[in-house]
Design a protein around this ligand. Structure first.
Ligand SMILES: NC(=O)C1=CN([C@@H]2O[C@H](COP(=O)(O)OP(=O)(O)OC[C@H]3O[C@@H](n4cnc5c(N)ncnc54)[C@H](OP(=O)(O)O)[C@@H]3O)[C@@H](O)[C@H]2O)C=CC1
Ligand SMILES: O=C(O)[C@@H]1CCC=N1
Length: 277
């Protein structure tokens, strides 16, 4: 990798201006990239108005020839909207580096629709909105080391990145970090319900649950001990945690989580087959 920061005059176009596009472009603007260098194609008027107001970026209702100025095109539409979205854009962006965040759209389909293999597949997650994201990346055959470095620099404000050398592992990574925030929110929802049943308010329970996740995650990141060892340190002999863990084991919580991850990755593969991967 030779490029460690965003090239000075780089222009970026986003196709789709929803959650993921907002997370990425918000990070770029906050770290000082001139909003005038960012264009967003977004059909929904309310979203366009919000993007313009919040970030000052240029917004377009539909693709036009100005997209030809983009050095990087970020694809942030839903998988089902993807192919149709490429039709008016691809004729203008043949020379650009493409970055797709869509789940389940394989590099082969991207290359077919965009007419280039100079592309990178990304699997981000919504904590990118607060700079705490985790993004998996896979480079297409036409992406150079410099291209990878540009993508790394563009995504740095959203959080951590992990490059994968096998495309199939994007679905595996998605089953942990891409969809994972939803699992964590589900767990927090349950903790809040339990907290309320035990006499705390929903607000108190939410604060306690969120800080417990943040703190436990920080311990995992900062410690060389396995998560299992950290769990054992909480679980005093004859104490309270043991009672809770036994109930989770009886209900097959671990098996349920692993089964859910397999279903998640399988859906990614199913989408890829649907799109001709
Ligand atoms: N949300 C998440 O946690 C994650 C999402 N992803 C991927 O990110 C992608 C985007 O997801 P997300 O941001 O949540 O979705 P959103 O629905 O928030 O954003 C997609 C946006 O694209 C717009 N759009 C639809 N058609 C076109 C078009 N032809 N040209 C330009 N824009 C168009 C949509 O407008 P309208 O609403 O009017 O249709 C919408 O505003 C998906 O492919 C998803 O798989 C990946 C990892 C995590
Ligand atoms: O649910 C989805 O399809 C997207 C991809 C990963 C997270 N959200």
């Amino acid at each position: 990798m030779t490029t460690t920061s965003i090239p000075e005059h780089l222009q970026i176009a986003f196709i789709g201006g929803g959650n993921m596009a907002s997370a990425i472009l918000g990070g770029l603007v906050r770290q000082g990239m001139a909003p005038a260098r960012i264009r967003v194609v977004e059909p929904f008027a309310e979203t366009r108005a919000r993007l313009q107001q919040e970030f000052g970026v240029q917004v377009l209702e539909a693709a036009d020839a100005s997209l030809g100025q983009a050095d990087v095109v970020v694809w942030a539409v839903k998988p089902q909207q993807f192919e149709e979205a490429t039709r008016p854009v691809a004729p203008h962006t043949g020379k650009a580096l493409h970055l797709s965040v869509a789940a389940g759209i394989p590099a082969s389909a991207l290359a077919r629709w965009l007419g280039t293999e100079r592309l990178v597949r990304a699997m981000p997650n919504t904590p990118a909105l607060v700079g705490q994201g985790m993004t998996g990346l896979f480079a297409g055959a036409g992406a150079s080391a410099d291209d990878r470095a540009v993508i790394d620099a563009l995504l740095a404000p959203t959080g951590q990145r992990m490059w994968l050398e096998q495309e199939a592992l994007i679905d595996s990574l998605m089953a942990i970090s891409g969809s994972g925030p939803a699992y964590v929110f589900y767990f927090i929802e349950a903790l809040v319900r339990g907290g309320v049943e035990l006499g705390l308010t929903a607000e108190q329970s939410k604060i306690l649950a969120a800080q417990t996740f943040a703190g436990a995650a920080a311990l995992v990141q900062g410690s060389s001990d396995a998560p299992e060892v950290l769990r054992q340190r909480v679980t005093s002999k004859g104490g309270t945690t043991h009672e809770a863990i036994v109930i989770m084991q009886q209900h097959g919580v671990e098996q349920a989580i692993v089964a859910a991850m397999h279903a998640c990755a399988a859906r990614g593969r199913e989408l890829a087959e649907q799109f001709g991967g």
